[in-house]
Design a protein around this ligand. Structure first.
Ligand code: ATP
Ligand code: MG
Length: 180
């Protein structure tokens, strides 16, 4: 599975529709300070279900909607599509491509879609559950969090590596079945 593309509309500094197409392997996004690099990783977090505005570097969730500039007015809604290549079947759905969409209107209304069909946040989390992707995982490490990783205790750092390697979920399942 890999991130195939990301489409942003009215999300933070991306007022117009902007599409990023990625290839398998490593992609580096470079640009001057304030050009929107972190806004791209915020968009990934947001579309995957982030609910805490602080984790998106904002005060309130509405801060993800393009606020406007001297030249143009703010957007009525923010929308992000995240396209995952699932040809290897990592995600438990019968699609070789999975498009997760999140929309939020200034009125506060919000919705998720999976391959164009309205879904719940829970459905998005369910699909991603075993993939290591999604909110609460370390698939995205922000600039600030990197410092806390480096300063963390060895056991905490180990948990992070276990999560990244996909071991943690088996440990959690084992602990759960032992409790039964
Ligand atoms: P750095 O190299 O300093 O980390 P960066 O490329 O990561 O910079 P970002 O933090 O992604 O930059 O982008 C910051 C810019 O996004 C600021 O100019 C800010 O005004 C703009 N921005 C953030 N939220 C919104 C919004 N809701 N509407 C319009 N612009 C926004
Ligand atoms: Mg940044």
């Amino acid at each position: 599975m890999y991130l195939k593309s990301l489409v942003l509309k009215g999300f933070k500094s991306f007022a117009d529709r902007s599409a990023l197409t990625l290839e398998p392997g490593i992609t580096a996004i470079v640009g001057p300070n304030g050009s929107g690099k972190s806004n791209i990783s915020d968009a990934v977090l947001w579309v995957l279900g982030e609910r805490n505005a602080k984790n998106l570097r904002g005060q309130a969730m509405e801060d993800v909607i393009f606020a406007g500039s001297s030249a143009r007015k703010g957007a009525a809604l923010a929308e992000v599509d995240l396209v995952l290549d699932n040809s290897c079947g990592t995600l438990p759905v019968d699609y070789s491509e999975v498009v997760i969409t999140r929309r939020m209107h200034r009125s506060g209304e919000s919705e998720y879609l999976i391959n164009g069909t309205v879904a719940r946040r829970l459905d998005v989390l369910d699909i991603l559950h075993d993939s290591g992707l999604g909110s609460g995982t370390h698939s995205i490490i922000s600039q600030g969090n990197l410092d806390s990783v480096l300063a963390s205790k060895p056991e905490d750092r180990r948990a992070l590596v276990e999560e990244a390697a996909g071991v943690l979920k088996h440990k959690q399942r084992k602990a759960k079945s032992e409790r039964k």
